[in-house]
Design a protein around this ligand. Sequence first.
Ligand code: GRG
Length: 318
Amino acid sequence: MPDGAHIQLAQSSCFPLQKSQRMAGFDLQNYLNTKTEAVNGALGKFLPSEKTKPSTIHKAMRYSLFAGGKRMRPALCLAAAEACGGTQDEAMPMACAVECIHTYSLIHDDLPSMDNDDYRRGKLTNHKVFGDGIAVLAGDALLTQAFEILTHAPGTSRYSHRDLVLELAKSSGSLQLIAGQVADLEGEGRKTSAAQLKYIHERKTSALLCCSARLGGMGANCTSNQLKALTDFGYHVGLAFQIIDDILDVTQTSEQLGKTAGKDTASKKATYPSIVGMNRSRKIAEKLTSQAFASLKPFKSKGDALEALATYLLNRNK
Ligand code: GRG
């Protein structure tokens, strides 16, 4: 099994949000392990092997892709598909595509010209191992690979293949993911308001998490009401995810996170804890998670995996 296939869930939580009675029987650890293994297997098949020439680029792509990420975006995609009555196999190309986009963004974000990080996913960053040039290309290649993988998702009666491509392109393009990164870069060293920070979080983080859930639903031919519910869910979970990420940067060690901790404080970056304080940040993340739960009502018990994922994302320790 590739590295990182098993994820250890947080043992304790400082958050009061509890699992509902129905959810108490849901084995998220097993769910995540199963999904991660399936996603890693599919990614391994979709990507050219390390031996394929030019082997340096395929080694570099696989190095970061299999470095042990939590696979939250694919898990949300697969869980959303299941909530809408779809199958894992149908949703897999979309789950793999969002993970390729996510990994590309991490490789580029770590470059010296961006966040300049030495560690990611518990390993040296891509450019530290392969050099800046190959790291740029590995990110580019994963971005392109995502759309190639998406061609394996044929579309449904409600959503054409074009709709799926548009969804991924819009979420990762200059109005969303890239826009968030631009605002982040341009905000460095400047006073950032809570509204500006929300703008960054919506685009840098929430957009791709939301897209993951929406693609899962679309691939399962969801109704427009289900798509709206998944959009609300993904948006709120995405914002909560980034606030927790900001909190963990302060409270956890580099070893626990697998990347350099305390960077936001050291670089005087605007974060929720720095703007509204730690307690208020936690309360906001909890409220966002409650709002995400509320969007799941139409799915009844079929939304259990999504609810469990949202709870995990709130309580995670890495
Ligand atoms: C397009 C270069 C470029 C950047 C876009 C996504 C992004 C903006 C930058 C990456 C760094 C960052 C702080 C992103 C915010 C989202 C986030 C918290 C990513 C980390 O996601 P996890 O915790 O990572 O799911 P793993 O490694 O577990 O997959």
